[in-house]
Design a protein around this ligand. Structure first.
Ligand code: HEC
Ligand code: HEC
Length: 340
């Protein structure tokens, strides 16, 4: 059957089929799935300068030494406040021009530091100007190449009024007796560096923890649909909706939908309650969820869970405060056993 050495047609067709199959599962399907990824609420668009800077980043081959991905492992914690998720690369839907989307430059080689959050870590343009002219000016032992060809060397009397002179220490000056002026290219590259910031996750801003709520509860308890006068819908909207959205549909690439979620509507609410208490980080196509064990009381969790199980077309039994209490004790027991 596999007599490839005798039948060249078999060889070519098999190779073609393997090629098409691998291309489909490695390239076409993933990019298709990413088409409707949505941006985080606070995410900023790239400015025009930053998009031009991104092109310089590509043409200079910076991706050979720098990554832009914070992996979900401990050694990557220094590069950002959280692991990267698909929504972080939403900007790649912004087009560079008619023919090209801006690519996600994840990179695979970390000869230099990860640049996911360089805009927060190193916001100063003057530092970047010195560093690009020659990294050794600011980082003595740096092995990054010098990009002094992205600067112009001029006689002092040729400098225009709207140009700024970069103060290069004389021992690093490429052309003695001249002054150094940045080109548009390097200015755009710096705008791109400054745009690389990890977008913060939404937080439960207007949520008032239980103790404080007691003293001003009269207003919120009026339209209660839950024991103890707790309003599950209101609590959901204060604590969970920033991420999972008011309509329960989440944001593709960042937060999963709770509408129609099997975990939310499962007969046994144990996993749902555990997720609310401890947070959740199970899949790579979404971000990480923080736990709410310290912020929410058993009654509040019961109210929220009951609301989620019966909103947006979901339909499942309500959850009682006692059930939550039991699961909380179980979770604490497990945590204690882990420490021993
Ligand atoms: C040969 C590998 C190499 C290439 C190519 C390279 N870099 Fe670097 N880069 C490094 C190393 C190593 C460092 C760490 C030392 C330093 O700060 O200079 C670094 C540091 C940096 C930093 C500072 C990071 C921090 O956390 O302080 C920035 C910004 C940077 N590079 C941007 C660029 C850009 C933009 C390009 C393309 C124009 C580029 N690099 C090309 C190796 C490289
Ligand atoms: C800071 C954003 C954020 C907030 C606030 C938040 N979540 Fe989540 N939630 C997530 C993310 C991200 C995931 C996906 C984690 C994964 O699968 O790796 C998730 C997953 C879930 C899941 C699992 C859904 C499924 O089908 O996989 C449930 C249930 C859930 N959250 C409930 C809640 C409830 C209830 C609240 C409010 C008490 C809440 N979340 C608040 C970010 C958030």
């Amino acid at each position: 059957m596999f007599n490839f050495h005798k039948d060249h047609r078999k060889l070519v067709i098999t190779a073609l089929l393997v090629f098409v199959f691998l291309s489909t599962i490695i390239a076409i399907v993933p990019s298709y799935q990413m088409q409707d990824v949505e941006p985080l609420p606070q995410q900023e668009e790239l400015s025009e300068e930053a998009i031009k800077g991104l092109q310089v980043y590509i043409s200079e081959g910076c991706v050979a030494c720098h990554t832009q991905q914070v992996r979900n492992i401990e050694m990557d914690n220094v590069w950002g406040s959280r692991p990267s998720m698909p929504s972080d690369y939403y900007y790649s839907k912004q087009r560079m021009n008619t023919w090209q989307q801006s690519p996600s430059l994840l990179g695979s080689e970390r000869t230099g530091p990860d640049l996911t959050n360089i805009g927060n870590r190193q916001p100063g343009a003057s530092w970047h100007l010195l560093h690009f002219y020659n990294p050794r000016i600011v980082v003595k032992e740096s092995i990054m190449p010098a990009y002094s060809y992205l600067f112009e060397h001029k006689n002092e009397d040729e400098v225009q009024d709207d140009e700024t002179i970069v103060d290069i220490p004389s021992e690093f000056l490429k052309e003695k007796g001249k002054v150094v002026v940045p080109t548009e290219k390097v200015k755009n590259l710096i705008a791109y560096m400054q745009s690389l910031k990890q977008t913060e996750l939404p937080s439960a801003k207007d949520f008032i923890p239980a103790k404080k709520q007691d003293s001003q509860s009269s207003s919120s308890s009026s339209n209660s649909d839950e024991d103890k006068g707790l309003d599950g819908k209101l609590l959901y909207s204060q604590v969970c909706s920033a991420c999972h959205q008011e309509n329960g549909e989440g944001l593709k690439g960042a937060f999963p939908p709770l509408k129609g979620s099997a975990i939310v509507t499962k007969d046994n609410p144990e996993l749902l309650i555990k997720i609310i208490l401890q947070g959740y980080d199970a899949r790579s196509d979404y971000g990480q969820m923080p736990g709410f064990a310290t912020q929410l009381s058993d009654a509040e969790i019961a109210a929220i869970a009951s609301h989620e199980r019966n909103a947006w077309g979901n339909s499942a039994a309500r959850v009682s405060e006692e059930e939550v209490k039991k699961i909380r004790e179980m979770v604490m027991e497990e945590a204690k056993n882990k420490e021993l």
